[in-house]
Design a protein around this ligand. Structure first.
Ligand code: MG
Length: 439
């Protein structure tokens, strides 16, 4: 199956991890822990798992606060372990569970990391929302799991680190994000012939609008995504194209290619999930209905190809497929990602944190839609000016640890450093927004 893997070790494609072990591929049922089981990805994953009940054993489920849904899921799948945000949420969850079922309930970032490294889990789906998903992904990588990665921020924040850990522990990454999963499928065994990666974007609800009309749009309008039904944060990110900016960084780390070889194409029908351009100028596209069960089934059942529950695509239905260049003046997000990737020095951490803080402010009505990229840009400039010596260098230096326990300590220290910069960047955005508002 290694021959299905995208290229390892470059120069054209240097995939982030080795393929899953032969043992993992042959062992059924697969035991799986899900970080973020109550979100839209988690629910779609459980739909696939339920369809193949004899192929999976759910050993862990988790949420932040949605305990009612978690209790329902736990009652159905009966995993021995659950994880939630804190002690208060854990208490609420205990009250909702049926009598006679007493799973271990873990709490907080450590609890999520504990769930991700459960000895009985061979597979971990990392599907928490935002930068909070990093701890779980790192724990799964350190524990040598097969990681079905839906949390793109894990790579935006610490792609180099995830790569270095996978090399040491033989953890494997399967990309769930639909664009990256499409590229993964197109590259199968042909990584060393790949010239460019083409990521498609629906364009979001404001495709075709200009800065003047975008200035007044509301959170409610931004939430109305034309083709995908998703969580709040990612819907706003799709409207600003920040989601695509994060996906450029995700592809950069996943496939080990410079951002100059990653292009973005606006494709409003969301039928072509992404493409690879090969050396001979030919393009290979992966297509399907916009439904995450497709990418999830591809990862969870890899390398088997089985029905996901998504009906086959009837190409006569969309009638026509269109492609456009992104309007970088109305949507400056893509340029921010390219800048963060080329200047390094933690700018990707700043970009992601500033975006998360700005999206929260926008959802509260404290700032306008166009302020989101402006605040991210301002936070990145401030960070660059404050740390000129850090620019051009990776934020996480190469790992020096020799034993596994040293490796855990070293990764823990680097993750703490990322968290500090993340918090500082969020505070910076709030201060900048306040300063702006008081003008
Ligand atoms: Mg995506």
């Amino acid at each position: 199956m290694a021959d299905l893997w995208p290229g390892l070790g470059g120069p054209k494609i240097s995939y982030i991890s080795p393929p899953p072990s032969e043992t993992w591929r042959r062992t059924w049922p697969r035991s799986i822990a899900i970080l973020g089981s109550t979100g839209s990805i988690g629910r779609s994953a459980l739909a696939v798992i339920e369809k193949y009940a004899d192929r999976f054993e759910v050993v862990g489920l988790s949420c932040a606060r949605d305990v009612e849904r978690l209790a329902e899921q736990a009652e159905r799948f009966r995993p021995p372990c659950l994880a939630v945000l804190d002690a208060a949420v854990a208490e609420e969850l205990r009250r909702l569970l049926p009598q006679g079922y007493q799973p271990r309930i873990l709490e907080g970032a450590e609890g999520y990391a504990g769930l991700a490294s459960l000895p009985q889990a061979g597979t971990v789906l990392s599907a928490q929302s935002g930068g909070a998903g990093l701890a779980g992904t790192l724990a799964a990588a350190l524990a040598g799991k097969v990681i079905c990665l839906a949390n793109k921020e894990s790579l935006v924040l610490a792609g180099d680190l995830v790569r270095a850990i996978c090399r040491r522990t033989q953890a494997a990454v399967l990309p769930v994000d639909s664009e990256h999963n499409a590229i993964f499928q197109c590259l199968a065994g042909r990584g060393q012939e790949a010239a460019n990666l083409l990521i498609t974007a629906s364009g979001g609800p404001f495709f075709g609008q200009n800065r003047k009309t975008l200035a007044g749009v509301t959170a409610e309008q931004a939430m109305r995504h034309p083709t995908w039904r998703m969580g709040t944060k990612i819907s706003i990110d799709s409207a600003t194209l920040m989601n695509k900016a994060l996906e450029i960084a995700e592809a950069f780390h996943l496939y080990g290619v410079p951002s100059s070889r990653i292009r973005v194409l606006i494709h409003p029908q969301s039928v072509v999930h992404s493409l690879v351009e090969f050396d001979d100028g030919s393009l290979l596209a992966q297509m399907g209905a916009p439904d995450m069960r497709g990418a999830l089934a591809n990862c969870l059942l890899w390398p088997l190809n089985k029905p996901s529950g998504v009906p086959a695509l009837d190409l006569a239905r969309p009638g026509q497929l269109t492609f456009h260049e992104a309007d970088t003046e109305a949507f400056p997000a893509l340029a921010l990602a390219r800048q963060a990737l080329s200047r390094r020095g933690g700018l990707c951490v700043v970009m992601n944190a500033a975006n998360e803080a700005a999206v929260e402010l926008f959802l509260r009505g404290a700032i306008g839609f166009l302020d989101i990229p402006l605040l991210i840009d301002a936070a990145m400039r401030e960070h660059g000016a404050a740390h000129p010596g850090a620019m051009g260098r990776p934020f996480c230096p190469p790992l020096a640890a020799e034993s596994l326990s040293e490796l855990k300590d070293e990764v823990g220290a680097l993750a703490a450093r990322i968290t500090r910069l993340d918090r500082h960047s969020r505070d910076m955005v709030c201060q900048l927004a306040e300063k702006d508002g008081s003008k």
